[in-house]
Design a protein around this ligand. Structure first.
Ligand code: NAP
Ligand code: ZN
Ligand code: ZN
Length: 349
């Protein structure tokens, strides 16, 4: 018998979310049941419900930055015990046998990974996300949250953390590399913290000068406003790696010109609109325009351990279940410093 639990539900692309209930499957032999304690609000939750990336199955409960404690384990579970502090990110399963899964890059599963919400699950149902009091996940897609990470700050690491850690590592950010982070939101502020901890020289490119002091406090070395055309003249050829976390289209050609020889512009922001690249801008200086999607399970655990070791955690604003629509409006207005986290206990009372 599936369990009925409280959840925040989006009824359609256009109506506000409200508190209702969803069903969770019984715990199978390899499953872990998690009592969710904290759920981060990612801009992807908003893109998804708005239908920016395609039609959805409604009603839908989103949320893929999940932190909680293990409440029950299946008979064959070996990695977790009741009471463990755990996390779940953007995936709850994958085929586990394709070349990409075998390479530990489950997020690029050739058969399509199973997203934490809005995806077709093994039993044919549509997966439902973390704006809810509990979730049942196969143990292989559950992460361990180190004790050194404050619990309410752990959730955003499961998406914003890994999405920025993975490309910074893949493109070798470290001492001697000049990294620019475009957009200082949930992902952007994690990119600054992680790139700084990796030893890179970090520049923030935000629209206005409003976030200058915050950026320097987060670990940035330099800060420029992209609304000032002088920024693009002054910084020509200045970076080895640019992480673009903006949720809307940017002038990609203007940003490509900021790359030095062999530099790479990595898009993690995923606006629905195409970004037209002028080929001359990548031919010149042998530049690359790339993208990156979250990270694999092993790399996500590596990121959590790295954040624990370097005392890195997101800047969070705690919100409650009845304020979620207001929180989304503030994310859309870039008025969050720098990640909303829902206190899921407010969904229990
Ligand atoms: P967010 O907190 O809203 O941050 C986005 C930032 O982009 C804002 O803080 C703002 O920075 C800038 N921005 C917003 N609208 C803009 C506009 N019209 N023009 C220029 N800049 C604008 O969002 P997030 O949660 O970090 O997510 C960012 C993007 O990454 C979203 O598209 C999301 O879907 C995507 N994402 C991708 C992955 C992946 O695996 N690739 C994972 C998670 C999220 P400033 O105020 O500094 O200008
Ligand atoms: Zn996300
Ligand atoms: Zn696969």
């Amino acid at each position: 018998m599936p369990t009925v639990i409280p959840a925040i539900v989006a009824p359609s692309a256009t109506e506000p979310m409200f508190t209702s209930t969803i069903e969770r499957r019984d715990v199978g032999p390899k499953d872990v049941r998690i009592d969710i304690r904290w759920a981060g609000i990612c801009h992807s939750d908003i893109h998804t419900v708005n239908g920016d990336w395609g039609a959805q199955h409604y009603p839908l409960t989103v949320g893929h930055e999940i932190a909680g404690t293990v409440a029950e384990v299946g008979s064959e579970v070996t990695k977790f015990a009741v009471g463990d502090r755990v996390g779940v990110g953007c995936m709850v399963n994958s085929c586990r046998e394709c070349a990409n899964c075998l390479a530990g890059e489950e997020q690029y599963c050739l058969n399509g990974m199973t997203g934490t919400y809005g995806a077709r699950d093994v039993d044919g149902s549509i997966t439902q996300g973390g704006y809810s009091t509990g979730v049942v996940v196969t143990e292989d897609f559950v992460l361990r949250v180190p004790e050194a990470i404050p619990f309410e700050k752990a959730a955003p690491l499961l998406c914003a953390g890994i999405t920025t850690y993975s490309p910074l590592r893949h493109w070798n950010a470290g001492p001697g590399t000049r990294v620019a982070v475009v957009g200082l939101g949930g992902l952007g502020h994690m990119a600054v913290k992680i790139a700084h901890a990796l030893g890179a020289e970090v520049t923030v490119l935000s629209r206005s000068l409003n976030k200058n002091d915050d950026a320097l406090a987060l670990g940035a070395d330099h800060y420029f406003a992209t609304e000032d055309p002088e920024t693009f003249r002054e910084l020509r050829g200045a970076f080895d790696l640019i992480i673009n976390s903006v949720s809307a289209p940017i002038d990609v050609n203007a940003h490509l010109k900021l790359l030095a020889l062999n530099g790479t512009l990595v898009n993690v922001g995923l606006p629905p609109e195409p970004l037209p690249v002028r080929v001359g801008n990548v031919i010149n200086s042998r530049r690359s325009f790339a993208g990156s999607n979250i990270g694999g399970i092993a790399e996500t655990q590596e990121m959590l351990d790295f954040c624990a070791e370097h005392a890195i955690a997101p800047e969070v604003e705690i919100t409650s279940a009845d304020q979620v629509n207001e929180a989304w409006a503030r994310v859309l207005a870039s008025d969050v410093r720098y990640r909303f986290v829902i206190d899921i206990d407010t969904l229990r009372s």
